[in-house]
Design a protein around this ligand. Structure first.
Ligand SMILES: NC(=O)c1ccc[n+]([C@@H]2O[C@H](COP(=O)([O-])OP(=O)(O)OC[C@H]3O[C@@H](n4cnc5c(N)ncnc54)[C@H](OP(=O)(O)O)[C@@H]3O)[C@@H](O)[C@H]2O)c1
Length: 293
């Protein structure tokens, strides 16, 4: 299940879920010069290619774990690793996917998978990592949520809900760690639209979703996150447009916010909602349905 590449002097360990593409792969590239890495995802070949590149370039020890974090056995194996990993310095709970379609029209299996990946996996992995980190009074956890934690949109019920859970979870952990004056740091990273494989998997047209100025690169997202980690920032929202948007949306009265969200959803509904003629489930994109492995 796991492969090790590189055998040099050990560096602090960074563990990244969803390390095979997008934001997770960029975290791996940014962290590799100063860290050993454990990269987790389902696509073995992609992980191994990245691991070989990073260990060759930076001389780091890079291990890959092929795992589907919605599957209990795989999640349990990783949890065990985190509880006992020596030099565990950073956990990035990044693996995730989007979906399309009204809640009741899309398959319940996809919604459940999303809750397992966005809620149960970070919950279990963070629990294991913190038992290790708090004991040593050292380390950090980055939970990759989304601007969707602040802005609701029709067609993304489970996505908005699970990402909101992630922000509340991280905020509350922050309070608990502060109450014991721990040096362990937690961050909730809330990117807006970011170029990655996320929207390819969903099968949506980026240009129709948002103007180009709203799109971030994964480098911008990860650089903001790591700069925020050095400053021990709890919330990191990359890009000034998204900072303005989230700050406004969290201040306006709920009725006004819902009216704005309803208006925005209308203009995007062609992108986010499967056509009425399609049977429920077509156009719905779960990780297994959309990717050719
Ligand atoms: N792109 C955006 O616009 C955007 C905006 C806000 C937040 N985010 C969040 O950013 C995070 C990373 O997404 P991304 O944009 O980098 O998309 P991405 O390129 O599609 O990456 C998603 C990663 O998650 C992994 N993954 C998916 N299902 C998994 C499973 N069941 N078990 C283990 N790994 C799984 C994928 O690897 P395998 O397919 O190999 O398993 C992949 O490495 C997600 O949590 C997403 O919600 C993205």
């Amino acid at each position: 299940m796991s492969t090790e590449i590189g055998n040099q002097t050990r560096k602090p360990l960074a563990v990244i879920t969803g390390g095979s593409s997008g934001i997770g792969a960029t975290f791996a590239r940014r962290l590799a010069p100063d860290h050993d890495l454990l990269l987790i995802a389902r696509r073995k070949e992609r992980l191994e290619q990245l691991a070989a590149e990073l260990s060759r370039t930076y001389g780091s020890h890079v291990e890959v774990m092929t795992a589907d974090l919605t599957v209990e056995q795989d999640l349990a194996a990783l949890t065990e690793r985190l509880e006992t990993a020596k030099d565990l310095a950073l956990l990035v709970n990044n693996a995730g996917f989007g979906s399309r379609g009204r809640f009741w029209e899309s398959p319940i299996e996809t919604q459940e998978q999303m809750h397992r990946l966005h809620v149960m996996a970070p919950l279990r992995l963070t629990h294991a990592a913190l038992r290790n980190m708090v004991l040593h009074d050292f380390g950090g956890i980055i939970n990759v949520a989304s601007v969707a934690a602040f802005v609701r949109s029709s067609g993304s019920t489970s996505y908005c809900s699970t990402k909101t859970w992630m922000t509340v979870f991280t905020e509350t952990l922050h309070l608990e760690l502060r109450s014991i004056r721990s040096n362990v740091v937690v961050q909730v990273l809330c990117p807006g639209y970011t170029y990655s494989e996320f929207h390819d998997t969903l099968g949506v047209n980026r240009e129709k979703l948002a103007p180009r100025s709203f799109w971030l690169t994964s480098d911008e997202v990860v650089d903001a996150s790591l700069a925020g980690l050095r400053q021990r920032k709890l919330f990191v929202i990359p890009g000034w447009r998204y900072r303005v948007l989230t700050s406004l949306m969290s201040k306006v009265p709920t009725r006004l916010r819902l009216a704005l969200e309803a208006a925005t959803t209308k203009t995007r509904s062609g992108q986010l909602t499967p056509s009425k003629r399609e049977p429920a489930g077509i156009g719905q994109s779960g990780p297994d349905q959309a990717r050719d492995r």
